[in-house]
Design a binder for this molecule. Structure first.
Ligand code: BES
Ligand code: ZN
Length: 432
């Protein structure tokens, strides 16, 4: 993907460098390179930094896809395939914007500074360090940042996003016997790692979504009446949630409570168990070593470090109480900070005008529940405003099967990104 992007952009006349990052920590695997690019070098123009990621979540036809996930197909007005909306489609959008300007013979309005990475879905390994090292070099002179890696809330109304949650991802490993065992022979004679693990996992969160680890909720900033009021005007209905999840399995009955749970409160999700029997059939095995994976979405003012203290202390206490002779290890696999800004800035104003010009409506200003780890790093290191300008819709199925991007969102998305650059080029520089 990095080489593909380099090829496309080089052909369009951009200067591209692939920055190697060495090996992934604890492995012998090369990290995917970061694509650093610049299109235009006119000192009279503003420098707009755009960020996206070319890595995607895993996908197998067996997961339930109707089509081959890594073969892009056009179906019923939708582009279907892994990465269509998260985030290869939007990355293509920036490339298409340059192409469109060239084909239409329109001068590009800004110097486009580009940063496309390949480890976003694993916590953006290596990118924080690169941003810190390059803030006065490659990123020097950036006036504002635009990230296109989020979605509308629902399916019909555009949004601009000024906040996202952080994510701390954990593995908890329980091991005992030196190899998998026959459950008929050893069941009842030895402590089973998977039984111990499910005990721990069941103590992390209640089925109603309440986090059971002490100390985490105490770090959450209290809700003010002014903040609560913001939720009243958001165009989102329970039907959007039913449609996007294909179910009526909501934990809360109202839009406001649901959105608050997604935007401003921490949540804990269980993702899977590595090493456990998971194939079809009925294997009578006692797995020797199992790792449960869970993540916690973080919000203001939870810091990953304090969170980690709460998590390891609690899991170790639960483990001690269990009194098992197996071994347990709790490990933080990666973390990324939450980000909360304000849409009161010329960068957002430019995006608002662009959205209105293309979609003919004013966008809603929203926060989001997902995470883009480098958002805060860009803001803190470059000291310039960051804006999240989405291309896709809330029902695109990011990380799920049959991920799609509606063609109209792609086409209008490229128009919106382009219009944004034109407005950002001339918008009076007001705002924090
Ligand atoms: N595009 C998402 C981020 C996102 C999700 C924005 C939902 C708005 C709404 C991004 O590609 C993503 O999935 N990020 C990971 C990061 C994590 C591994 C640190 C995520 O949120 O799980
Ligand atoms: Zn993603």
């Amino acid at each position: 993907m990095a080489h593909f992007i380099k090829g496309e952009l080089t052909a369009l006349g951009a200067e591209i460098e692939l920055r190697e990052l060495g090996k992934q920590e604890g492995t012998n695997v090369d990290l995917p390179p970061i694509v650093l690019g610049r299109y235009g070098n006119d000192p009279k123009k503003r420098n707009i930094l755009v960020y996206g990621h070319y890595d995607v979540q895993p996908a197998l036809v067996e997961d339930g896809w109707d089509t081959e996930p890594f073969q892009l197909v056009e179906k019923d007005g939708k582009l279907v395939g892994r990465g269509s909306t998260d985030d290869k489609g939007p990355v293509m959008g920036w490339i298409n914007s340059i192409q469109a300007h060239q084909k239409a013979g329109i001068e590009f309005p800004v110097n486009l500074v580009m940063c496309f990475e390949g480890m976003e879905e694993y916590g953006s390994d290596g990118l924080d360090d690169l941003i810190r090292a390059e803030k006065d070099k490659f990123f020097k002179g950036v006036d504002a940042t635009c990230i296109c890696d989020n979605y509308w809330l629902g399916t019909s109304h555009p949004v601009l996003t000024y906040g996202i949650r952080g994510c701390s991802y954990y593995s908890v490993t329980v091991s005992g016997p030196s190899a998998d065992l026959h459950s008929g022979i050893f069941g009842g004679m030895v402590s089973e790692p998977l039984i111990d693990l499910t005990h721990i996992l069941s103590k992390l969160v209640s089925p109603q979504g309440k986090i059971l680890i002490p100390g985490i909720m105490d770090m959450v900033v209290p809700l003010t009446p002014e903040e609560e009021k913001l939720y009243d005007d958001i165009k989102y209905s329970m039907d959007d949630l039913y449609a996007a999840t294909g179910s009526k399995t909501n934990l809360f009955d109202t839009e406001k409570e649901s959105l608050m749970a997604r935007w401003r409160y921490p949540t804990l999700s269980l993702h899977g168990v590595e090493g456990a029997f998971s194939a079809p059939g009925a294997k009578t095995v006692i797995p020797a070593k199992v790792s449960g994976k869970f993540s916690i979405r973080t919000v203001p003012n939870i810091t990953p470090r304090e969170l980690d203290e709460c998590v390891s202390k609690y899991v170790n206490t639960v483990w001690k109480e269990l009194g098992s002779k197996n071994k347990m290890e709790i490990k933080l696999m990666h973390d990324g900070m939450w980000w909360l800004s304000s849409p009161d800035h010329w960068n957002f104003e430019a995006a608002k005008k662009a959205t209105k010009a293309v979609w003919k409506v004013d966008p809603d200003f929203t926060r989001e529940g997902g995470s883009i780890p480098v958002t805060l790093t860009f803001e803190e290191e470059l000291k310039k405003n960051v804006l999240l300008l989405p291309m896709g819709r809330g029902d695109d199925g990011a990380h799920s099967i049959n991920e799609k991007l509606d063609l109209i969102n792609y086409i209008n998305g490229v128009k919106t990104l382009s219009a944004y650059l034109h407005y950002a080029a001339v918008q009076p520089m007001a705002g924090a």
